[in-house]
Ligand binder design. Structure first.
Ligand code: GLN
Length: 287
């Protein structure tokens, strides 16, 4: 073998590896046990039940090294989704890289509202601004094969990830267009539904310097002094791109609902409604 004599590998079992990993991550991750299990299962190419069934199985030196490397990266804060390269959203698996925000469960509320709006009105033309991994646009496209979807992003790297996701999931009814908000859209482009999960965190929010979010692109997170810069631009310009009776659906911060309603009123929207996420926060506003 070519293994260096200094290697820490000593016939480590699954149980021992998990215990050591949990100790390593304690206090650094909110879910040390889960992180260790999903990452070890990944290295072993098995699901988590295998770990429980075979606690005495020893890891090969290669498995040990790969797991150890992942644990060190996790210890330094890299989100599990980036280590995996994947994240579940609306029961589909999306590729993620540090070029894109990791899809969040609360964003499923936005998708839910979009799908509801569509069944109610047979909506066909949809715009997703700042698509990132493509989670929103591709989910809507997959659930509604008759819809025609345009998805934009300022970041070419993000659009690459989104296109890969569309290809992998066999979705053909999304067109990806680069550009900053409505600059990516033809001036006479009109949509029945415009959706966005824009950056909405205030630039100096301490949340940005803690935990997993530090590894995510600030382009997808930072929304200016009060976090409202992108929301304001979108609210202003979406008016010129909505069909009559069209709907705008915006995700925003848990404490921004009133500010977003004010913006929407200023720009002349009606039927402004807030919607609660699973944690009870008004996280999405429709108008
Ligand atoms: N919900 C994300 C967070 O709090 C922010 C997402 C966004 O800015 N669109 O980390």
């Amino acid at each position: 073998s070519t293994r260096p004599a200094s290697s820490r590998y000593q016939c480590t079992t699954i149980a021992t590896a998990l215990q050591e990993a949990r100790n390593l991550l304690e206090g650094l991750s909110e879910t040390p046990k889960l992180d260790a299990e999903v990452l070890l299962a990944r290295v072993l190419n098995r699901d988590r039940s295998h770990l429980r069934a075979w606690p005495e199985r020893t890891l090969s030196p290669d498995e040990f090294d790969r797991f150890h490397e992942l644990m060190l990266q996790r210890q330094s804060g890299t989100p599990v989704a980036y280590l995996f390269g994947e994240k579940e959203f609306w029961s589909r698996t999306f590729k993620v890289r540090p070029d894109v925000l990791i899809p969040r469960p609360e964003t499923e509320l936005l998708v839910d509202l979009a799908l509801t709006a569509m069944t109610a009105s047979q909506t066909a033309d949809i715009l997703d601004l700042g698509t990132g991994s493509g989670a929103i646009a591709i989910t809507i496209a997959a659930e509604c094969p008759f819809a025609r979807i345009t998805a934009t992003d300022l970041s070419p790297e993000a659009l690459k990830v989104a296109q890969e996701n569309a290809d992998r999931l066999g979705v053909r009814n999304v067109r990806f267009q680069p550009g900053n908000w409505f600059d990516a859209v033809a001036s006479d482009g009109r949509f029945d539904l415009i959706v966005s999960n824009p950056p909405y965190v205030a630039d100096d929010d301490p949340h940005l310097s803690r935990g997993d979010v530090r590894f995510e692109p600030s382009l997808a997170l930072k929304g200016g002094l009060h976090g409202l810069d992108a929301l304001r631009i979108i609210a202003r310009d979406a008016r010129d791109h909505l069909n009559p009776h069209g709907q705008l659906i915006l995700e925003h911060g848990f404490d921004q609902a009133n500010a977003v309603a004010d913006l929407l009123e200023v720009f002349g929207y009606t039927e402004i409604r807030h919607h609660q996420d699973l944690q009870g926060h008004f996280r999405v506003t429709t108008a």
